[in-house]
Design a protein around this ligand. Structure first.
Ligand code: NAD
Ligand code: WQD
Length: 338
């Protein structure tokens, strides 16, 4: 069973390809390598013993998409490809809407022409915007995401729902990730951010390995138990398993299906710093800095709907996220080879 995985050489996509292979699916990767490296495919082959087919190209290239659908009997598409840096999206909205929104439209058109109508989309908890009710459950109306990145995710959700309404044979599965972290337990596959990491765990990892002097903690005056921001961190292997679970549970079930993928537990920035210090055997140097624009104090997922329908829930702890990230970072201080 072949599954087209757009963005399959990226952070979440690569871990998902591994778990797809383990579950008996054949991943076919399409990635333009704008934020990943081709050598990930060799790692996948070594760890997963399944050599994924790899296409170097762009989801906006309709001719290439048509060729991929003609060359493989694709059953479903898992759509990770896109740009994801919140701050950069404020400066480059055109690039973000073009990649994330137009890119998804091009993909949907190619799928329709090929008769493939099962799509799993990488959405984000950011679509809830700023909500006074925690935890966030899927019945909450979506809010006002604070960045072009967040708005591109919400727009795509709305477009996919509209398509499903007009053409009911589609299965549109919208997975709203909370805060992915961690790495494959081998230490040979993980997150390889280009430039300065935007997210907390990879930044801490680079401090711990000596690539950066100290972590700036954005705000210690939030209304949270220790004053720092609280988030729902989810191990990337759990997230990968969530995609396989969604693929299996929702097969032949047309409709729009929306699920949170989160642990259902909040951890503060200081909790993450402590867990990382323990995993690496040395304290992580940090200092407090002003709040970052647009950051919320605290939120986490209500994960019950996914547990009920997809028979999936997280099984890996914050400690494992820190240990696995540290193993990856210390074995590969400069990420994947070029
Ligand atoms: P990533 O940058 O590691 O992976 C995305 C991959 O898509 C990269 O390999 C990149 O080269 C590729 N890509 C980008 N634009 C493309 C295009 N036009 N055509 C083909 N390939 C393209 O990011 P990730 O963390 O693995 O995120 C995967 C998806 O999950 C993204 O859509 C992201 O918005 C979403 N998401 C991520 C997080 C997170 O914190 N990591 C949270 C919620 C949602
Ligand atoms: C986590 C916590 C920061 C870096 C973002 C996107 C969201 C989703 C996941 C894609 C916060 C604090 C961080 C640092 C810090 N992505 N922090 N110092 O902002 O919760 O979510 O990534 O869809 O849409 O907005 O994640 O990892 O950036 O921050 O103190 O150097 O760590 O303030 O409390 P965030 P994050």
């Amino acid at each position: 069973m072949s599954i087209l995985v757009t963005g399959g050489s990226g952070y979440i996509g690569s871990h998902t390809c591994l778990q797809l292979g383990a579950a008996g699916f054949n991943p076919v990767i399409l990635d333009n390598l704008s934020n990943s490296k081709a050598s990930v495919v060799d790692t996948l082959t070594r760890l997963g013993q399944v050599k994924p087919v790899f296409y170097h190209g762009d989801i906006r290239d309709k001719l290439l998409l048509a060729r991929i659908f003609a060359e493989h009997a694709i059953e479903a598409v898992i759509h990770f490809a896109g740009l994801k840096a919140v701050g950069e999206s404020v400066k480059k909205p055109v690039e973000y809407y073009d990649n994330n929104v137009y890119g998804t439209l091009a993909l949907v058109q190619a799928m329709r022409e090929a008769g493939v109508r099962q799509l799993i989309f990488s959405s984000s908890a950011t679509v809830y915007g700023d909500r006074p009710v925690i935890p966030y459950d899927e019945s909450l109306p979506t809010g006002r995401p604070s960045s072009p990145y967040g708005r591109s995710k919400l727009m795509v959700e709305q477009i996919l729902e509209d398509v499903q309404r007009a053409e009911p044979e589609w299965n549109m599965t919208l997975l709203r990730y909370f805060n992915p972290a961690g790495a494959h337990p081998s230490g040979d596959m993980g997150e390889d951010p280009q430039g300065i990491p935007n997210n907390l765990m990879p930044f801490i990892a680079q401090v711990a390995v000596g690539r950066r002097p100290t972590l700036a903690i954005f705000g210690n005056d939030f209304p949270t138990p220790d004053g720092t921001g609280v988030r729902d961190y989810i191990h990337v292997m759990d997230l990968a398993d969530g995609h396989v679970a969604a693929l299996k549970a929702l097969r032949n079930r047309p409709g729009t299906h929306i699920y949170n993928l989160g642990a259902g537990v909040g951890h503060s920035v200081l909790d993450v710093v402590k867990a990382f210090g323990k995993a690496s055997g040395k304290p992580v140097p940090y200092h407090f800095a002003p709040r970052r624009d647009g950051d919320l104090a605290a939120y986490w997922a209500a994960p019950e709907k996914a547990a009920r329908d997809l028979h999936w829930r997280v099984s890996r702890s914050l400690e494992e996220m820190a240990e696995d990230t540290w193993r990856w970072q210390s074995r590969h201080p400069n990420g994947y080879p070029d």
